[in-house]
Write a protein that binds this ligand. Sequence first.
Ligand SMILES: [Zn+2]
Length: 224
Amino acid sequence: MAMRSKVNFKCPKCGKNVEAEQWSAVSGDKNPQQKMKLLDGTLFKAVCKNCGRESTVGYPLLYNDMKENYMIWLVYDDEEIRHVTDYFKRSKSENLSDDDTVEPADPECRQRIVRSPEALREKIMIFDSGLDDKIVEIMKLAYAKEAQMKLRDDSVAAALFSNRDGEKQIEMYTEKGKAFVAPMSRQIYAHLDDKYGGKASYAEDRVYIIDDVWAWDLLRASRS
Ligand SMILES: [Zn+2]
């Protein structure tokens, strides 16, 4: 179900026309080449043939992997989020009619919404590593907290899961632009899964955006 279209825009540096490819849907098990480009970031890049300037082109995209049974929709604004949320809900509803525009989804299929190409990349790496993204989000907060204790006059701004050649790690970026990585501990993951796995699965069918805000809310709710 790879769907490709072309768009044209003016190069911000030299003003010449740049033609870029856009993919509205990429299937992880059927389009390995596009998946690679998604993971290395080049699927959202276009290079000007005249001056070589690289531009980022953001566009909505549905990524799915039928084998691993998940789908992730990359969208950018609130209206698109509402639209996709409605689509996901209806895709698991039992009273879909035959002429419905929504394709029925497997009840076990994990459905997610992300709001940046980086978040999409991260989700794919988490699911392809056989991990639960909810536990990974909680784990990232724990890693960031630990790292924060060693920082003076700086703070952790973002934490990202990555899997580079089988090396699972948490990458952290600080406000002042420093970056460091910590290997992901299987023991910590297992511990957090024991502690929060049951609570985290409660809203599988209703919550599609699983990120740091979601993890904070869960931790706050389990403390009270
Ligand atoms: Zn140019």
